[in-house]
Design a protein around this ligand. Sequence first.
Ligand code: HEC
Ligand code: HEC
Length: 296
Amino acid sequence: MMSPGWNWFVIIVTLANILGCWWLIIWAAKKRPGESEEGEVTGHVWDEDIEEYNNPMPRWWLMLFHLTIVFGLVYIVLYPGLGNYKGVLNWTQVGQYDDEAKAIREAQLKRFAELGNLSPAELVKNEQVLLTGSRLFAANCSTCHGSDAGGAVGYPSLNDSEWQYGGDYDTILQSISNGRTGVMPGWQAALQDDGVKEVTEFIVQLSGQTADAGLAAKGETRYNLFCVACHGADGSGNPALGAPDLSNDIWLYGGSREAITQSIATGRMGKMPAQKNLLTEEQMKLIAAYVTSLSN
Ligand code: HEC
Ligand code: HEC
């Protein structure tokens, strides 16, 4: 709301402009005493022989000016344009936006509700579901997991067969809805430099890369002491804890000696934010179906 002073200022300036234009058109079109007739020379001469004719604008053209003024007046009666006056249509930008957003939202919810009623087995096969799911994924997940769901360092790939927590529809839906926090404590204090080095060498060996056998053997002893509880005797991980498989060449944080050393020494704590307050149940189901379909 404008203060009364500004309100009147805007009203007066706006109306004065419109009416001023109108006056100008009428004034300019008036025939004056002594003026030459239409189509005749006015008597002005330039450069010795260039003469000016009195050729007024065509009537219809002039009418257009009048029409724009009528349009302007009608417009400020219908729409807000005069200070605090709201216009007889009561139109607002926010109102229009809200109406359109509401219509889209309703159409979406209806569509989601139809699709969301399908069983997981049907969802994962339904073309329409996967298409909608892929769009929702692009809008909500691709910033972290990549537009092809291929992931990045610290952000797991969702299009391969390796899962921290599990790759079936229900588990994926859980991951999305409640989020996940992988907790891997740092081992620098417990293992010291040598210990970290040895156990790193063992993980390097476990994942099928060439490693120093002597160091790896010492590392294995430490592994069995400190790591087995979460990563398993064979290093294949534990989905209940989100502990990744260490025995293959798929890595969340990288499989180089440097990356593995850092994972072990300082620990890791990847966080997947819960989506249940951001997305509807149906939206999460559609995305879960899409993600499930990627690795199958
Ligand atoms: C309390 C359970 C727990 C223990 C004990 C544990 N880890 Fe982990 N570890 C995890 C979890 C969970 C992650 C995944 C962290 C994340 O999601 O950010 C992980 C991640 C890792 C990674 C990174 C894997 C990747 O794909 O980049 C390495 C390497 C690793 N752990 C090695 C070890 C070693 C070596 C030990 C023993 C010294 C150990 N962990 C002990 C739970 C554990
Ligand atoms: C802010 C970044 C971020 C966003 C946004 C995000 N995620 Fe994640 N997500 C992660 C991280 C980090 C992890 C790994 C958590 C861990 O280390 O325990 C993860 C883990 C997951 C997992 C578990 C993977 C496994 O191997 O078990 C799934 C499934 C998943 N995200 C799906 C999604 C979907 C679907 C969306 C979109 C609705 C999404 N994420 C949005 C960061 C994100």
